[in-house]
Design a protein around this ligand. Sequence first.
Ligand code: ZN
Ligand code: ZN
Length: 261
Amino acid sequence: MHWREHVQANNRCVYCLERFHEDVSWSWMLGITQESILCPDCAEKLERITDISCEMCGRPALSKEESRHASFKAEPEKQCQDCLLWKEKGGAMPVQHRALYAYTPFLQEVIARFKYRGDAEIARLFSGDLKKASRELGHIDIVTVIPLMEERLWERGFNQGLLLAEKFPCVELLERTGAAEKQSKRHRQARIEALDGVFQLTEKGMNVSFDGKRILLIDDIYTTGATLHAAASVFYTNGAKEVFGLTVARATGSLKKTFNS
Ligand SMILES: [Zn+2]
Ligand SMILES: [Zn+2]
């Protein structure tokens, strides 16, 4: 069988498991792309964040007027109210963050499947794009992931964030101190304050020098940014020069509705 036929015969959507046919292009040959493992119907439901209004946290733009390209900026100028508040809070060092997609109901299902059923194929959907997005940052010294809640880690046995970061040389440097309750039950403000002191360095992390280093944190979902700031503060306290965040999804609802209107 010719390789092209072989690929087409085995093309199953990683999410809905439907077979689909797609012209095998050079991009496929050069590496697994999102298009090659999701069927066109599923691929269409992903909403890539291409326009942002805040160059710090990567908040998606809701109108054409405020929109800027979503790439990382060396010197973020436009910042949203939340980011100015983080700055004001004092001690909070800047964390530039970008998310690949809007956290739509569809993506919610995809991520739930990845997280709770440990579907490594689904992680592959995102790991390549996370790697690609990180290239704009230039040289990064250390890549790490946000640790899961203890009880979930115990249930599943390992941190699935590591699967998202599979294209990076990634080490687990943070652990939870056990100081935080389940986040979703709290009010937004309470959530932000409760996250101070939630993370500490793992034993391995304590033997790493963060002095003057540029660090990238990978996670699945960005909600308030509190988790990311709490994790970043551990590295800043230990001498890091810059900390960045990259996530798969950002809680914003559908962008299509707002941006195109
Ligand atoms: Zn599908
Ligand atoms: Zn912001």
